[in-house]
Design a protein around this ligand. Structure first.
Ligand SMILES: Nc1ncnc2c1ncn2[C@@H]1O[C@H](COP(=O)(O)OP(=O)(O)OP(=O)(O)O)[C@@H](O)[C@H]1O
Length: 768
């Protein structure tokens, strides 16, 4: 049979099965109600009877046509079940029919010519005739591989439906033979041999059994009993004849009791079940094909499953099979391995000799199809495996190539890395060398810097002219002129040339000079303190000339008004911060005053006590008993200054409302440790606001003020003597002549740098 025909019949069979199962379920379905069940049972029985009658009539009609009306005179055109059984009971019609189709199947037919001798119930039939004819007929059917029936089925109470099935199978066989084709499906696919007929399959028995087992197992899985299956299958006719009629009747049976609105849903449900069943059977067949190729090779099945869907497999199978003809069949047979040890399944299916092969080609046909498909699938799998293998081979080659590239890249990277490392090492050595040299350079720099400061003068004297104070404006100024370093004064007591007198300083600042301008020239010395030098900046001048203003600032402090003290400390903190990576500095402050030749601690809150000055103490502290307060910021200094001003002895005089009656000294101690070498540098800076020199007659002081003035003038004269000695580089410097010079001794020595700000009152001139 051609492939499309096969598919059509297979599909029909599935549809029919589904319809039958559906019908069974409808017919046997319980739980709705007894009346309904009974009604359905009656309907089903009636419909079954109707179907049986149609089939019986078909069988009778065919027999009559085959043997002729004369021979079939005892068989009505549309017989009842009893008439059908009685008409065929003597076996004459059956034997003649089979001999017509396959001559010689029944070698000798016992004929009974006397019609009158045959009773209606056949009871008088000769037992020999009865037995011989029917037995020979059944044997002949067995030889043809057709379904048979029991002899007792022709007796009263026997299953006449089996006889009908048998006749219809014979009819199908005849029609197939007439077409000159061996129908695989009619004999081995759709129509199953009757179990009760002691199946007469001989030469194609293994395949028939396999198909029966397969089909029965499928139906059993679906909940249909074997008896039902066999009963239904036995009632089947060859596919080509039954398809349209039986399906139509089944559909009619199922739909007859349905309401019109239920029909679409029912049809839809049936169709989906049919499709599902069809797919399931195709999948099962696919699995069977795979196992037939090599049941022991699970890998081949896996490969097939992974590469082909069941539908694709079936399509391939069908297509391949469709090309087969008799010649193909022979060639395919060569592919079949008949070695039982190698492949028992295949051997069971195709174990036949040449004679069997010809006579029951349909069974061999199936096996061959399976094997052809298997071969094709195997080739396909092999082809795919080859492609896959080639792909993997190429990928491995690519990976190898990549690996080589990566390896060479890593080698290059390693080379580059070692080169970079060597360069880095060289850089590091250079930096290390530079770092070690840095401190030498720093030291050299420090020395050079301070040499410059020395060249500029260890003792520098600046002159600042105070502006006229509000409300105390004089009509004439004694300052005749101010140049960069020279100031010219007019003295009223002299006339002519002698009246003008010029004085030279390191620099002269006019009345408009700001606090910041004043500090610029002192700033470099602040750095020297951090380099370990001692510095002394003091303001000297007549009372009221602006010494306190220059050193500290106005009474109400503003940022612009900050005096030298604040600015110097600010600079110290700034330079300390700049050098924090190389030096660690500790800055502390002492604030003292010398009042009436007594040293007093201005940071001591209690009653003042007399402090001792110790010369050249090891740590550079001249007055060790005075409070020494560490400072870290300008605000700390401001707080201390406020305390200083509060404690300092001041008094109103005729020259100054708030005249300082003591020498004030802010001593800043700096200790710096070189973080690399550990060298410790100590520097000291005295910021001194001297008491104003005054002419006692002009200041009009008496009593304590007079005494204060005398001490002030005496100590200032001693300071003048020391500075003069230092300037003249005398061997002896008279430090001990006053407390002031003793206190400042460290800062007035060789390693010290001194600045005198000679404050000048334009009214009264300078006493310097
Ligand atoms: N450059 C200046 N600009 C403005 N005002 C100033 C200046 N110098 C001083 N003064 C003011 O002059 C007055 C006297 O100044 P200051 O007290 O500083 O003098 P002194 O020299 O310290 O006096 P003494 O020696 O008596 O203490 C203050 O009121 C001060 O504010």
């Amino acid at each position: 049979m051609a492939s499309p025909e096969r598919e059509a019949v297979a599909a029909t069979a599935i549809v029919e099965d589904m319809l039958r199962m559906h019908g069974e379920r409808l017919g046997g379905g319980g739980g709705v109600g007894e009346v309904l069940v009974m009604g359905r049972n009656i309907d089903m029985a009636w419909r079954k009877a109707e179907v049986a009658a149609v089939r019986r009539n078909e069988a009778a009609s065919w027999l009559r046509r085959t043997v002729g009306v004369v021979c079939a005179k005892n068989l009505a055109e549309e017989p009842s079940e009893e008439e059908f059984r009685v008409g065929l009971r003597n076996g004459i019609i059956l034997c003649n029919a089979v001999n017509k189709i396959q001559p010689g199947t029944v070698p000798k037919v016992v004929e009974v010519h006397s019609v009158s001798t045959i009773p209606s119930d056949g009871s008088a039939l000769c037992a020999y005739q009865y037995f011989e004819n029917v037995r020979n007929f059944l044997t002949g059917l067995q030889d043809l591989g057709l379904p048979t029936f029991e002899v007792s089925d022709l007796e009263k109470g026997g299953q006449g439906v089996r006889v009908v099935d048998c006749v219809l199978a014979l009819k199908s066989f005849a029609e197939t033979k007439q077409l000159g084709k061996q129908s695989l499906f009619k004999h081995g696919g759709i129509v199953k041999p009757s179990m009760s007929a002691k199946c007469s399959v001989r030469k194609n028995e293994p395949f028939m059994k396999a198909m029966t087992r397969s089909h029965s197992a499928e139906l059993l899985r679906d909940g249909v009993s074997l008896e039902q299956t066999l009963g239904l299958d036995c009632s089947l006719e060859p596919a080509e004849t039954i398809t349209s009629d039986s399906i139509r009747m089944l559909v009619q049976t199922i739909l007859s009791d349905k309401k019109p609105e239920e029909v679409p849903l029912l049809v839809e449900s049936l169709l989906s079940k049919v499709i599902h069943e069809f797919e399931r059977r195709m999948a099962n067949q696919n699995v069977l094909v795979k196992y037939t190729i090599d049941p022991n090779d699970s890998s081949s099945v896996c490969k097939t499953e992974s590469s082909d869907t069941p539908q694709e497999m079936e399509a391939t199978s069908t297509s391949d099979h469709g090309k087969m003809d008799e010649e193909d069949h022979e060639s395919v047979t060569n592919h079949v391995k008949t070695d039982e040890e190698d492949n028992s399944c295949v051997t069971n299916n195709v174990k036949m000799d040449d004679e069997d092969h010809n006579s029951v080609g349909s069974t061999g046909d199936v096996s061959a199809v399976v094997l052809v498909n298997g071969d094709s699938v195997a080739k396909d799998i092999q082809a795919r495996a080859d492609i896959h293998f080639e792909l993997q081979k190429k990928q491995i080659q690519d990976m190898k190539s990549n690996l080589c590239t990566v390896k060479s890249g890593i080698e290059q990277f390693k080379l580059q890395y070692s080169e970079d490392l060597a360069k880095l090492g060289n850089h590091l050595r250079t930096i290390s060398h530079a770092a070690s040299g840095y401190h030498k350079v720093l030291e050299e720099n420090r020395k050079l810097y301070n040499q410059i400061q020395d060249l500029r003068g260890n003792i520098r004297v600046y002159c600042r002219v105070r502006p006229f104070l509000p409300g105390k404006v004089s009509s004439s100024s004694c300052v005749a002129g101010i140049e960069d370093r020279t100031i010219t004064l007019m003295t009223s007591s002299k006339q002519g040339k002698d009246a003008r007198k010029s004085f030279t300083f390191n620099r002269v600042f006019g009345p408009l000079a700001t606090q910041a301008e004043i500090f610029v020239d002192m700033q470099p010395l602040v750095r020297s303190v951090l380099d370990g030098y001692n510095v002394c900046i003091f303001a000297y001048g007549q009372t009221g000339s602006g010494k306190t203003f220059t050193m500290s600032g106005p009474k109400i402090l503003t940022e612009e008004g900050l005096g030298v003290n604040y600015r110097a400390l600010n600079d110290l903190f700034d330079i300390q911060a700049q050098r924090r990576d190389t030096f660690c500095y500790e800055i502390s402050v002492q604030m003292m005053e010398i009042y009436n030749e007594q040293v007093r601690d201005l940071l001591h809150s209690g009653p003042n006590k007399k402090l001792e000055i110790r010369n050249s103490s090891q740590n550079g502290i001249a007055v060790p008993d005075a409070n020494r307060v560490p400072v870290a910021s300008t605000s700390d200094v401001v707080d201390l200054m406020n305390l200083d001003h509060k404690n300092r002895a001041v008094c109103s005089t005729a020259m100054n409302d708030r005249s300082s009656r003591s020498h004030s000294c802010v001593t800043v101690h700096v200790q710096g440790r070189d973080l690399t070498s550990g060298t410790v540098l100590r520097g000291c800076m005295h910021l001194v606001d001297l008491a104003g020199s005054e002419r006692v007659d002009k200041s009009e002081v008496v009593g304590d003020r007079l005494k204060e003035a005398q001490h002030i003038n005496k100590s200032l004269a001693a300071l003048g003597d020391v500075i003069a000695s230092l300037a003249q580089k005398n061997a002896h410097v008279p430090y001990r002549n006053s407390k002031l010079t003793q206190l400042l001794q460290d800062s007035l020595g060789r390693t010290s740098k001194n600045i005198d700000v000679c404050s000048h009152s334009p009214r009264t001139g300078c006493r310097w």
